[in-house]
Ligand binder design. Structure first.
Ligand code: ADP
Ligand code: MG
Length: 677
C-alpha cells in the first residue's frame, strides 16, 4: 500500500472532522491506511433473503418483503413508544416492531420493498421481527459489513468512511505479496482483497479476500520473527566435536526418561550438525527440563565453550542456580549466579571471571543483558521462558556471543499451533513423559464455606511434617473481598492454623527478603507459605504436598496448572484445593476442568479455547504484535504455509532488499513498530 496514503490522517476523509477523528483513533484507525485495515468484525449475509414463511426462527437472517401498512405510533404504559408496521412477501405477512424510534415513520415507506435483517419469531398466529435493520431492496448489497463501534461512531458511519477511503485509493496498488507467491498459493490481489473484506460482492469473494489477508498477515509476522531472530541458516563456528551426554547421564542420581533422552539427542544432533541450534523444549511441570538443559550445558562446556541461562525472575534464577549447581556438582564445572541484587564487588568478580572464561555456566535474570556482561566464548544460550521474554530479549542475550546455540525452555505446555507462531523458526522437542513414580495430584474445587474443613485437612498434614502453599490474589486488603496475603496470614496465625509456622511471600518484598522466606520454606522451618502467584515459577520443594488457591476463579487454567505443579514433586501424595465462590459458567467450567485433567497440554488447549490467545498469555506477555484477522487456532494450515514461504524468502534475501520484497519489508516494519517489546 502506498505509504503516503497509509499515513494520511483520517480527517482527510469526507465526513470526518476533529471530533470523529478522535473516535476513529480510539478504534485503532487514526489514518486512512489503518482504516482500510480495520476489518469488519462480522457480516450480514443479505445475498439470499428468505420468504417470510421459510425464514429460520430466532437466528439472525435476511427477509425480503414489501411494506403494506406503514409504521404507526402506539404509546405504552412504561413511557415507551412502539412503532408497528406490517410487511408482506405476497404470500404471508409479518409484523415489525420498533421501540422509541420515531425516525422509522419517515424511513419505512408504504409499497416499497426492503430486505430486513434480524431474528424472526413466531407464535401460532403470525410471524414478527423486533427492530430489524433494513435496506431498500433495489440498493441492497449482497453482504453487509459490521464494524466494531464505539460511543458516537456506529458501524454504519465506519462503513461510510471506509467507502470514502476507497475513493482515495489509486486504481493500481502495489501489492506486498510478490506475484509468484500469489500464483503459487492462489491468493487474490491486495486491491480485490481490501474491497471484498469490507464490501464483499458475495460470500465467496469474502472468503477469497479473507484467505489472502490471513496469509499476508501471517507471512509478515513470520518474516518479522525470522528477522528479529536474525538467524538464518548459516554455518556455525560452534560445532561441537564431542557428545558427552552419556558421560553426564551416568553421573545423574536418576535414570533419564525416554523423553529426556530424546530431547538431549535432538539438541546434541543440532549442535554437532554444523548449524546453530534453535530449539524449544516443551514439557509439563515436573517433566525434567532442567536435567535436559544441564546435560546440554555439560556437553557444550566439555567442548570448551560457555553456557548462559536466563530466567524471568530472581527467585527462579536462584532456583535454577541451586538445581544446576547440584546436578553439575562433581563435574568440576564452575557455575555462577548473576542477578540485579548482587553486591557491586561480587558482580565485578563475576564479570571478570566470565570474561576470562573461568565461569563456565552463568545463570541469571535480565541482568545478563546489561552492558559489561561479556563472555570468552559463549556457546549456548538458554532462556526459561514462561512467555515472559519477548523474541527481542532472547536475541539480545544471543548477541553476547557470535551466533550461539539457543535453547528455549517453556514450562507451560503451549498448544503446538501457538508454539509454531511464537517460536517461529525453532525446532521443538516435547517432554511428554513424567519421571516414574509421580502420582496424580488430587484436585478439588470447594466453596468458601468449606474452608474450615480444608484447614483441618492442612493441619493433619502439617502435624505429619508436611508443608503447604496457600495462594491469595493480592498483597494488602483490597477494595473487594478478595483474600489478601498479609491479612490472610494474620488470620491463619490467630484463628485458623494457630501454632503453625507461617511465612509470607509476595512480589513487593525485596529480593533478599524473598530469598530468606523461600530458604526457610525450603528447609522446612515454615509449614505454610502464604503467597501471591510469585511462587508460580519453577519453585521446587518436594515436601510441600498441599496447594490451596483462594479466588481460584481469577486465574487461567494454565496458571492454575503451574501453581498446582508446585506440589506433587516428591514421593508423597499431593492435593490441590481450589477455593471459589464464583458462579459464572466460564469459571465453573474452568475449575471443573482442573479437577478432571492433569495433562498440561490438554489444559493449555482448553485454556486457549476458553479465553482466547490474548488472555492465555496475559496481557502483552507473548511479545508478539496483535493480529487483525488471522486466528491462531483456526488458521494453522495457513500458518504453516506462511512459515515455509517466509523461510524461503529469507534464505534468498535476508534483508528483504530485492525489489519484489520491498513491500513486505515495509509491512514487517509497520507491524513490529507497534510492538511494546
Ligand atoms: P521441570 O523444570 O520440567 O518442571 P525439573 O527439571 O525441575 O522439572 O524436574 C522436577 C524434579 O524431577 C526435580 O526434582 C528433578 O531432579 C526430578 N527429575 C528430573 N528428571 C528425572 C528422572 N528422569 N527421574 C527421576 N527424577 C527426575
Ligand atoms: Mg523447572
Amino acid at each position: 500500500m502506498m505509504r503516503s496514503l497509509f499515513d494520511l490522517n483520517i480527517q482527510n476523509l469526507k465526513g470526518v472532522g476533529e471530533k470523529r477523528a478522535k473516535l476513529f483513533q480510539k478504534l485503532g484507525a487514526p489514518t486512512v491506511g489503518a482504516l482500510l485495515r480495520f476489518y469488519p468484525r462480522a457480516y450480514e449475509d443479505l445475498s439470499h433473503p428468505y420468504a417470510i414463511k421459510d425464514a429460520p426462527l430466532d437466528v439472525p437472517c435476511a427477509v425480503r418483503a414489501t411494506v403494506i401498512k406503514p409504521p404507526k405510533e402506539t404509546r405504552i404504559r412504561s413511557g415507551m413508544t412502539l412503532y408497528k408496521a406490517t410487511v408482506t412477501d405476497g404470500d404471508s405477512d409479518m409484523e415489525l416492531t420498533y421501540f422509541n424510534n420515531p425516525y422509522i415513520l419517515d424511513m419505512l415507506k408504504e409499497d416499497e420493498e426492503y430486505v430486513f435483517y434480524g431474528k424472526v419469531s413466531a407464535n401460532f398466529l403470525k410471524r414478527s421481527m423486533n427492530s430489524p435493520e433494513f435496506i431498500r431492496s433495489a440498493v441492497c448489497p449482497p453482504v453487509r459489513p459490521i464494524y466494531h463501534q464505539t460511543q458516537g461512531l456506529t458501524s454504519k458511519l465506519v462503513a461510510n468512511a471506509v467507502k470514502n477511503a476507497f475513493e482515495l485509493l489509486p486504481d493500481v496498488m502495489r501489492d506486498p505479496i510478490p506475484e509468484a507467491i500469489r500464483m503459487e498459493y492462489q491468493l487474490c490481489q491486495l486491491r480485490f482483497a481490501l474491497e471484498n473484506i469490507h464490501f464483499p460482492k458475495s460470500m465467496e469473494d469474502l472468503e477469497t479476500a479473507r484467505k489472502r489477508l490471513i496469509f499476508e498477515e501471517l507471512l509478515i509476522l513470520q518474516l518479522g520473527l525470522l528477522r528479529l531472530k536474525g538467524r538464518t541458516r548459516k554455518e556455525s563456528h560452534l560445532k561441537l566435536k564431542r557428545d558427552c551426554s552419556d558421560e553426564f547421564f551416568s553421573m545423574l542420581p536418576f535414570t533419564p526418561t525416554n523423553a529426556q533422552k530424546r530431547a538431549v539427542k535432538e539438541g546434541i544432533s543440532d549442535m554437532t550438525s554444523g548449524y546453530p541450534m534453535n530449539r524449544l523444549i516443551q514439557g509439563d511441570v515436573g517433566s525434567g527440563k532442567t536435567a535436559v538443559a544441564a546435560t546440554l550445558c555439560f556437553s557444550v562446556i566439555k567442548n570448551g565453550l560457555q553456557a548462559a541461562l536466563m530466567a524471568p525472575t530472581e527467585i527462579l534464577a536462584q532456583q535454577h542456580y541451586a538445581s544446576l549447581s547440584e546436578l553439575l556438582s562433581g563435574t568440576g564445572i564452575r557455575v555462577a549466579l548473576l542477578t540485579g541484587s548482587l553486591p557491586a564487588a561480587k558482580k565485578r568478580a563475576v564479570l571478570s571471571e566470565l570474561f576470562s572464561g573461568e565461569i563456565q555456566l552463568i545463570i541469571g535474570t535480565h541482568a545478563l543483558l546489561s552492558e559489561g556482561v561479556e563472555f570468552r566464548r559463549l556457546g549456548l544460550v538458554i532462556t526459561d521462558e514462561q512467555h515472559r521474554f519477548g523474541v527481542a530479549q532472547r536475541g539480545a542475550l544471543a548477541a553476547k556471543g557470535i551466533d550461539p546455540h539457543m535453547l528455549v525452555m517453556s514450562a507451560t505446555p503451549i498448544p503446538r499451533t501457538l508454539a509454531l507462531m511464537i517460536y517461529g523458526d525453532l525446532d521443538i522437542s516435547v517432554l511428554d513423559e513424567l519421571p516414574p513414580g509421580r502420582q496424580k495430584i488430587e484436585t478439588y474445587a470447594i466453596s468458601g464455606d468449606k474452608r474450615q474443613r480444608a484447614f483441618n485437612f492442612l493441619r493433619k498434614h502439617i502435624n505429619a511434617g508436611r508443608q503447604c502453599y496457600i495462594i491469595c490474589p493480592m498483597i494488602d486488603e483490597g477494595q473487594n473481598d478478595m483474600a489478601s496475603v498479609t491479612q490472610y496470614a494474620e488470620k491463619l496465625k490467630n484463628e485458623w492454623l494457630v501454632g503453625c509456622r507461617i511465612g509470607v511471600l509476595h512480589g513487593r518484598m525485596k529480593p533478599k527478603e524473598k530469598e530468606a522466606v523461600m530458604a526457610e520454606f525450603s528447609s522446612g522451618k515454615l509449614s505454610v507459605l502464604v503467597s501471591t502467584t510469585v511462587v508460580e515459577v519453577g519453585v521446587d520443594v518436594p515436601n510441600a504436598v498441599i496447594m490451596m488457591i483462594e479466588n481460584a476463579e481469577r486465574y487461567g487454567l494454565s496458571q492454575l496448572h503451574q501453581l498446582r505443579g508446585r506440589v506433587g514433586r516428591g514421593k508423597d501424595k499431593s492435593t490441590c484445593i481450589l477455593v471459589s465462590d464464583a458462579e459464572n459458567e466460564e469459571a465453573v467450567t474452568r475449575l471443573k476442568a482442573m479437577c478432571q485433567t492433569s495433562d498440561g497440554f490438554q489444559i493449555a488447549d482448553q485454556d486457549l479455547k476458553l479465553r482466547g490467545p490474548g488472555n492465555f498469555f496475559g496481557q502483552k506477555q507473548h511479545g508478539l504484535p496483535d493480529l487483525k484477522i488471522a486466528d491462531m487456532m483456526k488458521d494453522m494450515e495457513v500458518l504453516r504455509q506462511a512459515q515455509a514461504v517466509a523461510r524461503g524468502i529469507v534464505a534468498e534475501d535476508s534483508e528483504l532488499e530485492a525489489p519484489e520484497h520491498r513491500g513486505l519489508r515495509a509491512e514487517v516494519k509497520q507491524l513490529f513498530e507497534n510492538m511494546t517489546d
